[in-house]
Design a protein around this ligand. Structure first.
Ligand code: ZN
Ligand code: ZN
Length: 141
């Protein structure tokens, strides 16, 4: 009987294992560009799968983040929010209603280089956050 050696190549990246729960959670994050919090994802996921637990949703989010399928973003001391856009981009956040909008400016790469020079750091990522009031809140009197 031939002894089977388990071939475990470390640099072989496995495809993400998307269980039904993880697929639902991913769908919720991708459904809108609303950058939901874990609690909001939980709320939506329950509609697709009644009985899904918050822990399952939370663990799924963590898994999807590790697999690079969603991005976790945090602002100040607010709750983490989840973003289906994993390409580099920046955010504008409304200080009144919490609305989060994606934007990407061509100047950010140049800014990254300037920041690296100024700090003597090797640049890996830079994130700009614009804080202010969205159009809707500005029009509210
Ligand atoms: Zn607003
Ligand atoms: Zn975003």
């Amino acid at each position: 009987m031939a002894s089977r050696k388990q071939s475990s190549s470390k640099n072989e990246k496995q495809a993400p294992r998307l269980t039904r729960q993880r697929t639902i959670v991913l769908d919720v994050v991708c459904a809108e560009d609303m950058h939901p919090t874990a609690a909001e994802v939980f709320h939506e996921a329950q509609k697709a799968m009644p009985g899904i637990s918050f822990a399952t949703v939370y663990n799924s989010l963590r898994y999807l983040k590790e697999e690079g399928l969603v991005r976790e973003i945090t602002f100040g001391n607010g709750a983490s929010r989840y973003d289906s856009v994993t390409d580099r981009h920046d955010h504008a956040i409304c200080s009144m209603c919490g609305k989060l909008v994606d934007f990407d400016l061509p100047g950010t790469v140049a800014l990254t280089r300037a920041a690296a020079r100024a700090s003597h750091f090797q640049a890996e990522s830079v994130h700009l956050t614009l804080y202010g009031r969205c159009q809707k809140c500005r029009n509210k009197k």
